[in-house]
Design a protein. Structure first.
Ligand code: GMT
Length: 375
């Protein structure tokens, strides 16, 4: 099939999922066209079946806000016509489903019918989408999608609770290519980061409020009072500066390493022992899954879809949002003995394999075929 994928090209989870999906589809012989404003961070254009079409938004001084949706719709119309695309898959409802629907309608004027699949990722529903300023447009574009998928059961339920949804929402969980991780464990440069007797705790995110970055620091502060440890903070975002200041204030700045955005997530996770994800809200928690496949145990909140990924008492522990004492206590339980740590780490790898791309990809292919046939 020829598939156009619309996504955010940044380090965010939805963009990563869309990119990895596109790469996997291309490896299966589909022709995949990414349409977005920059080349997605995880996309390497070395595959014959992958194309990237950049959306340009010309600046015009009259506009206080440049109309990205308009430029995206137009780019979609041109790309779909030129490359004879079979279907459109938009990731993150805002504004992609809206722009996708406009493209679909413009194409219909020319007798071209293209099904649109919308994948809901999380904040497009739980944070941004439910805002009264966006809600009518988000409801409309979800209801106008030919197929709607959600990355977790929890997000599906939240969507049904928040919006007046007319059709079905199919849950297709996020995924990971487990075959990529078979040989990496020999290559861990652990000694660059910590001494032999120190545990390595890691957090990776976009450092937004929803990630509860101060909780990450405070949990680690309690951990290192009991167990020698280092904290590696990966990512960039508005909460980063405050986090650095909090480390200074708590006297742990020499034990916390801020790495910024990284293209080497797997190398970092490879030498990590424990992953912290105390988020306020999380539709799935792709970062936790990436940690698990890299043999890292997870301490998290029980927000949203996280319990569908991190299994309490098996791959790590879950606590109420904001209960940093409980999270620190659980972390210490895991880190305290080599045997316990190894058990949780092995469980994490085993459970991560339930989300292997080879089981999840056919679910998307099945949706594509159905949508295509029902044009
Ligand atoms: O986590 C973020 O803030 C980024 C956001 C995104 O859309 O890029 O992530 C969301 O989508 C991911 C991929 O489906 C999920 O794993 C994240 O849980 C979800 N984030 C939230 O719901 C806060």
């Amino acid at each position: 099939m020829k598939v156009a994928i619309v996504c955010y090209p940044t380090f965010g989870g939805s963009g990563v999922v869309a990119t990895e999906l596109g790469i996997a589809l291309a490896n299966r012989g589909h022709e995949v066209h990414f349409v977005t404003y920059r080349q997605p961070v995880r996309l390497e254009l070395l595959n014959n079946n992958i194309y990237f079409h950049e959306v340009h938004v010309p600046e015009y001084p009259l506009f206080h806000y440049q109309p990205y949706e308009l430029a995206l719709s137009s780019k979609l119309v041109d790309t779909i016509k030129l490359h004879k695309i079979d279907l459109l898959h938009v990731h993150y409802a805002i504004p992609h489903a809206y722009a996708g629907y406009m493209a679909k309608k413009m194409l219909e004027e020319e007798g071209i019918y293209i099904p649109m699949i919308t994948t809901l990722h999380g904040t497009d529903i739980t944070l941004v989408g439910k805002h009264p300023f966006y809600k009518p447009a988000v409801t409309f574009s979800i209801n106008k999608s030919d197929v709607v998928t959600s990355v977790s059961e929890n997000l599906k339920q939240r969507t049904l609770d928040i919006f007046d949804i007319k059709g079905d929402i199919e849950v297709i969980p996020n995924f990971i290519d487990t075959t990529k991780y078979k040989n990496t464990f020999t290559d861990c440069q652990r000694s660059n980061m910590a001494k032999d007797n120190e545990r390595i705790v890691t957090h990776i995110s976009n450092f937004r409020k929803v990630k509860r970055i101060p909780d990450v620091i405070r949990i680690f502060h309690k951990i290192q009072e009991k167990i020698p440890a280092k904290l590696i903070m990966v990512g960039e975002g508005p909460e980063k500066e405050g986090a650095e200041q909090l480390c200074e204030k708590l006297g742990i700045a020499d034990r916390v390493i801020f790495l910024g955005n990284s293209h080497e997530i797997d190398k970092i996770l490879c030498f990590s022992d424990l992953f912290l994800l105390p988020s306020e809200s999380e539709s799935f928690g792709l970062a936790a899954l990436e940690a698990m496949v890299n043999k890292v145990a997870v301490i998290s909140s029980n927000a949203g879809g996280i319990p569908e990924v991190n299994i309490h008492g098996v791959t790590g522990f879950l606590s109420e949002i904001g209960d940093i004492d409980d999270m620190a206590k659980n972390a210490i339980t895991i880190l305290d003995s080599d045997e316990t740590l190894e058990e949780f780490k092995l469980n994490a790898v085993r459970e991560s394999h339930k989300f292997d791309i080879h089981s999840v990809l056919p679910l998307y292919e099945e949706v594509y075929e159905r949508a295509y046939k029902s044009r």
